[in-house]
Design a protein around this ligand. Structure first.
Ligand code: HEM
Length: 298
């Protein structure tokens, strides 16, 4: 909020204006009820303004507050306490969901009512003009401060929501990065285990049954190859690339193919081998469908 002094200077609100307003105090105090009644009538005749009040007693309460405010308008004392009071009105309106246009209209009614009072009470036209200029300034200052504090309160509530949203998003991002890093780490460990498996299978080629061990080692190399592909996919994903689900299905496919190879070499039962072959066919079909979709999206 801008300092009160600056606002008063902007409106050319002087010590003389303060005195003029104080002069009007007795007259305006007498007519305060009528001014409030004019606002009350407008609220009653305006559907949306009426809906702001949950019940009749709240409306009566607010009308009393408006009366106090109106009388204070002619107190001649416009210090920082008065400034804080106006700021609070704006904040309260924001909290209560009283949109600024209601205040603008209500203050317009107050201005019109003051003109009526001046016409009734002050005979000299020049005097009326002098009074009205001071009233106009103080009402515009009120409008400026109340609405500025309303806007400030609104921005505050938005920015709190934005800060909370930003923090949650950042937390999500950090969590996602950490999980991805953990995934890459697990893949590296698993790949290392597959390297060991390959090494063992290759070693067994020279120590055991040549034909059987070559096929087993081939299966392990196949898995190693897919594991590397998996790591590369995850790294590409971490760098902002697209996530390729086909690679994961590829791992399942290659593992099942390896199982078929081993089962054949071990001369397992035909039913078992057939069930593995069926699995390879189903996973292969899924792999083909997913891969096709991925390529079509590129
Ligand atoms: C001359 C214009 C107005 C003035 C000077 C004014 C003044 C005030 C004041 C002093 C408060 C209490 C602030 C606090 O608790 O610190 C208030 C609250 C409120 N005002 Fe206004 N008001 C005006 C116009 C309106 C209008 C036109 C409406 C509705 C259409 C309205 C609805 C309310 C409501 C709903 C509250 C909250 C009451 C509560 O929950 O306690 N006001 N107003």
């Amino acid at each position: 909020m801008r300092p009160f002094k600056e606002i008063k200077t902007n409106y050319y609100f002087t010590r003389e204006d303060e005195e003029i307003l104080l002069e009007l105090k007795p007259v305006m105090e007498k007519r305060a009820d009528r001014v409030v009644e004019a606002i009350h009538q407008w609220i009653n005749s305006t559907e949306s303004a009426r809906r702001v009040f949950k019940n009749e007693s709240l409306k009566v309460h607010v009308m009393n507050l408006i009366k106090d405010w109106f009388i204070r308008l002619f107190s001649g004392k416009y210090d920082n306490t008065y400034y804080d009071y106006l700021i609070k009105i704006g904040q309260k309106h924001e909290l209560a969901g009283v949109e600024p246009h209601y205040l603008i209209r209500a203050l317009n009614i107050v201005k019109n009512s003051c003109i009526d009072v001046l016409c009734d009470e002050v005979e000299l036209c020049r005097e009326r003009e002098r009074y009205f200029i001071a009233i106009n300034k103080i009402i515009d200052i009120n409008l400026d401060i109340i609405n500025s504090s309303y806007i400030e309160e609104e921005i505050k509530s938005y920015s709190i929501a934005y800060i909370a949203r930003g923090k949650i998003l950042r937390l999500g991002e950090v969590f996602s990065q950490l999980t991805s890093a953990a995934l890459v780490l697990s893949l590296i460990i698993l790949t290392a285990a597959v390297v060991y498996l390959c090494g063992r299978d290759i070693y067994e080629i020279f120590t055991g049954q040549l034909e059987q061990n070559i096929i087993t080692a081939l299966g392990s190399v196949l898995i190693l190859w897919v594991m590397l592909e998996l790591i590369n996919t995850e790294i590409a994903h971490l760098k902002g690339g697209k996530f390729k689900i086909s690679v994961f299905i590829g791992v399942a496919l290659v593992t099942t193919i390896r199982e078929v190879m081993i089962a054949t070499l071990k001369h397992e039962s035909i039913e078992f081998i057939l069930s593995l072959v069926a699995s390879v066919l189903v996973i292969g079909l899924i792999f083909w469908l997913v891969k096709r979709t991925e390529e079509a999206r590129r």
